[in-house]
Each structure stands twice: as structure tokens, then as C-alpha cells.
Design a protein around this ligand. Structure first.
Ligand code: SAM
Length: 328
């Protein structure tokens, strides 16, 4: 069994709830609702949390609420059905936050979520864009595409243009994407970091009969292909690659291969420094899996159940001077 699944961190499990500003409801109103339901807001983190206590997360403070793992208050409130709150693991919130670092609004261009369903990250990126401008969302699987469109509707996302399409078949030089400056890549992975499956849908197009090594090799080569394709978008300046895997084969090693690729070198892609990738998050990448380079390892994030999240990995590629057409 996987490392993450065998952890006993669940005794202190946290239920993370993301406030969704796209709903038109306000955060103070959410706190009022919770107070009516008998909850008390704490000023700082506490573990274990009492059943009627909550606090704002220290890394995603303005949107993420932390509750005792046993709560289910959203069944007694219209906030969940109304899309005012979304159940989303903390680790799953990090990629959108890293992607939208320093975002100054519509003048910056458009975004892509290349692998969108069920849409938790899409809806968070949409919210971080203030529900304005344009977020192109791709989803290849017909069933998951349906889930995605339902999710986007429930989350009141008005700036998302979703398409049932394979990102790898999109044309990076098409006029449609010429304003795209930021791309989120959260492709199918082994899911080895997932403690509970509530928030996730995994692709399973790898044969059951494959050995673990073959399976990881296939996934890693697909993940690398996705990054290299994203590198080709002419105006792209920032690309986040994340997985819910704890295997270095799908994490640091994929990032390193992408950085060493010809496309990366020709187009000036490098790894974002730690300052741009939630610097206050302590657990960084594995140096030994990144050619012994400490700066590269510091640039990426790992999450483990010890951090009270699912096992997760987040990295970010940047370049200063896209060769693409000016978006103005
Ligand atoms: N980001 C999503 C979220 O937070 O809700 C989870 C994404 S899930 C890990 C990966 C998704 O990518 C799956 O729904 C899968 O069907 C889709 N997918 C895989 N390959 C794709 C491709 N080439 N183009 C578009 N979607 C793809």
C-alpha cells in the first residue's frame, strides 16, 4: 500500500472548505452563518480542532476554512447547494494559488486549465481571476466533461469556456489562445498521494496488468508531453504542473526532464524560484531527484499527510520574455 494511505494522520484530519466568492455571497456572511450554526472562529490554528471550532488556513487565509474532520454542517445550510462553499483539500488549492501569483487582472491576458474535471481547481482559478476575463478549460473524457460543466455552473463561474477536447490536440499557435499567459496542468497521475477520494477523479487509462514501474513510466511520459505542449503557447509566461502523486517519477523527475528539453531551452523556460511558490510552505522538493540542485528543489512543493493534506506535488515554470504576439 502507498505511504500516504498508511499514515495515521487521519486522527487529526481536517475538513477543508473553500469559500467561493464567485457565488456573490460574502465571507462575513459565511462567518455569520457558521456562528448561527454554533461554530466559533479561532484566531490561530489548533490541533486537534474541537467539533465546533474552525480557523482560517495559514497559507490560503482569505478563502480556506479549516474544520474538524467530523463536521458536516453543509448539509444543514444552503451555502453548499448555493455554491458559496466548495469541499476541497488544501493541497488541491495550492496549484491555482501558485498559478495566479501576482495576477493583476484582465490586462494580463487569459488562462488555460488543460485538465479540468471535476473542476475544483478551475473554479478556484476562475475566482482568483475575479470571475472576469477568459479561462479556457479542457477535459478529454466525455463523462468527466459533464461533471465539469455541472461543477462550473454550481460554482457560478462565468469566465470559463469549457470544451470537451484533448489538450494535446490544441493548436498553441491558434489565434484563440494568443492571449493565454498562464496554464494550469494537473494531469492524470497514479493518485498515490490521495488519502480520501472525495475531491478527486482519476484517469485510469493505464492497463491494470502493467507493473508499477511500467505504469509510472507511461504516466510520466504523458505528463512530460503535456508540459512540453504547454511550453509551445506563444504568450505563456507561467505554467503550473501538479500531481496528487508522491512518486518522484511523476514529480521532480518529470520537472527535471521538462527543464532539460530542447523546447524549454529554446523558449527560455525555467523553474520559478521559491519566492513565487508559497515560500511559507516548508516541505520542498527532493534535491536528490533534481540533479542535486538545491535551488530547483526549493522551487517546488511537496505535501504529505503529516502536513494534514493529501500527498501532493506542485511546480511552476516561468519565462520572462515570451516570443508571442503582444496581448495588448
Ligand atoms: N484539476 C482537476 C480538479 O482539481 O478538479 C483534476 C484533474 S484530474 C487529476 C485529470 C483530468 O485530466 C482527468 O479528468 C482526465 O480525464 C483529464 N485529461 C487527461 N488527459 C487529458 C488531455 N490530454 N486533455 C484534456 N484532459 C485530459
Amino acid at each position: 500500500t502507498d505511504l500516504a494511505k498508511s499514515s495515521n494522520a487521519s486522527s487529526e484530519a481536517i475538513r477543508y472548505i473553500r469559500y467561493n466568492p464567485n457565488s456573490g455571497r460574502s465571507l462575513p456572511n459565511l462567518h455569520n452563518e457558521l456562528s448561527k450554526l454554533g461554530f466559533m472562529k479561532l484566531d490561530k490554528p489548533k490541533y486537534p480542532l474541537g467539533e465546533k471550532e474552525y480557523f482560517m488556513d495559514e497559507h490560503l487565509g482569505d478563502v480556506l476554512l479549516c474544520f474538524n474532520g467530523g463536521v458536516d454542517w453543509w448539509n444543514k445550510s444552503d451555502w453548499y447547494d448555493g455554491g458559496g462553499v466548495i469541499l476541497q483539500d488544501k493541497a488541491s488549492c495550492l496549484p491555482a494559488k501558485v498559478l495566479m501569483w501576482g495576477w493583476r487582472g484582465e490586462e494580463e491576458g487569459e488562462c488555460i486549465d488543460a485538465t479540468a474535471a471535476p473542476g475544483n481547481k478551475t473554479s478556484f482559478v476562475s475566482a482568483l481571476m475575479d470571475n472576469k476575463g477568459k479561462l479556457h478549460a479542457f477535459e478529454r473524457s466525455p463523462n468527466r466533461y459533464k461533471t465539469l460543466t455541472r461543477m462550473l455552473e454550481k460554482a457560478h463561474c462565468k469566465n470559463v469556456v469549457a470544451q470537451r477536447a484533448d489538450f494535446l490536440e490544441s493548436d498553441p499557435e491558434s489565434r484563440e489562445y494568443r492571449k493565454v499567459t498562464r496554464i494550469l496542468l494537473d494531469p492524470s497521475c497514479s493518485g498515490s498521494g490521495i488519502v480520501n477520494r472525495l475531491d478527486y477523479l482519476l484517469e485510469d487509462d493505464v492497463e491494470e496488468s502493467d507493473s508499477k514501474t511500467e505504469r509510472l513510466e507511461k504516466l510520466a511520459s504523458f505528463q512530460l508531453q503535456m508540459i512540453l505542449h504547454a511550453f509551445k503557447f506563444q504568450s505563456a509566461k507561467r505554467i503550473v504542473y501538479s500531481t496528487c502523486s508522491i512518486h518522484p517519477e511523476e514529480d521532480e523527475r518529470v520537472v527535471l526532464s521538462a527543464l532539460q528539453s530542447k523546447i524549454a531551452k529554446e523558449n527560455g523556460w525555467k523553474l520559478a524560484p521559491r519566492e513565487q511558490v508559497i515560500p511559507t510552505w516548508d516541505r520542498r522538493g527532493r534535491k536528490e531527484e533534481m540533479g542535486g540542485d538545491e535551488d530547483l528543489a526549493q522551487g517546488v512543493i511537496r505535501c504529505l499527510p503529516e502536513d494534514r493534506t493529501n500527498g501532493f506535488f506542485v511546480s511552476c515554470f516561468i519565462r520572462d520574455d515570451p516570443s508571442g504576439i503582444s496581448i495588448k
